[in-house]
Design a protein around this ligand. Sequence first.
Ligand code: ATP
Length: 448
Amino acid sequence: MIIGIDDTDSRRGGCTTYLCAVLVDELKKYGEISTPRLVRLNPCIPFKTRGNGAVSFEIRIANGKEEKEVKEVVKARVSELSELSEEETNPGVVFIDNDTLTAISRGEKENNSDEILRNFYENAVREVLRLADAYELISNLHLDYFGLKTKRGIIGALAAASFSLLQKNKPDYYDFTYELMSYRRKERWGMLRLIDEASVWKADAATYPLTWDTVDWSEKKIVFAPHSPCPVLFGIRGDSVDAIYKAYELIDAEPEERKMLFITNQGTDFHLIRFEGEVAKEKLQDYHSYILAGEVESNPRTIEGGHVLFSVSLSEEETSVECIAYEPTKGFRDVIRKLRAGDEITVYGSLKKGTLNLEKIEVRKLNNVVERNPRCDKCGRTMKSAGRFQGYRCKRCGTFKAEKDKVIVDRGIETGLYEVPPVARRHIAKPLIRMRMEEADKEIHPSR
Ligand code: ATP
């Protein structure tokens, strides 16, 4: 049976991954449990608490135990550990029973159940869904579920359960990474986290780039521990389980209550919808994230608050989109400020109120030609305009040139991919250092 869970926490406390870790430990006596999954869903959803995360895991029920008993434990823990007094907490749980799993894997279930679940997961990461969409699928596939209050968490729970099922059948179908979460003892929740910073830098140095986003070198900050009152002590992210555990062993911190390794879609850029070629503006919607190719239309300008704004034309039809690098993206703004009208770029980011909030940028071709008044071949001085459309003349020597000189300038920036630093990175955004492994054809300039 696969179990998906979401929306149990609030800004004041709790964490759905913690609830998952507690359940996985508790349910071991009922059967063998898979590595749990942590999926990050659409990062633009307004009612998310933090990173729009949802969890799932599979349990192979042991002989003599029943699915019914496991479901009761899950419902009891979700009811007990959810932050129910918070308006925005609306827990949801979805169960994909063993019979259903078998029927789906044998292709006996409703036509293309696999594809329906895949679409649901993908839409939960890229689109804005309604609770009714989740109920429709649950009813079509005859799934069991449980929810509290508005039960909105069912959307995320079904998406997380779908991810588990898809990965179980085709482990490499989706790009994935790992995160090892360490949880605090209850008596320390809400107190300052005791973590020896030097040990974190050491752990990072010993395992980067197989682990990433533990620290931010440019900002000289440790970024792997939250500052909220939630039970998470820290999380180590990476591509290698061995490297993650090696880093973990090197970290010196307050004693933990428990830890749990998750397989996740973090660091994969799965939220981005890629448009090939020209794009009509009507196709772009708020609360969606895109990869868009175009040409810088206006030189970047810094506005109040230190945010940097410029526009990109997306097609011949004068379609353009405003792009913004917010102040928290720190040094990334220095790259953006170096762009110039005419540069060919690809922008990566989320659309909010019609403006694309940048996460990454690829500079494909620099407009490094500047037109200047020509120089006189005799005396070397700059020639002056001889009037509109009448060329240029040297006042001293009387020499004439019809056109401006084209000069190649050094732009102080290279072509290739640039990214926001770890302090400003979304959970689901792919660090450029991961692209080195996959997209060898692209030049990358990791923030570190
Ligand atoms: P976490 O704190 O665990 O990192 P989160 O707490 O930020 O994640 P939730 O509290 O789970 O986010 O709230 C997100 C809510 O949005 C959940 O109820 C979930 O079901 C719902 N949701 C997730 N993705 C979508 C989507 N694409 N469309 C509509 N609703 C969604």
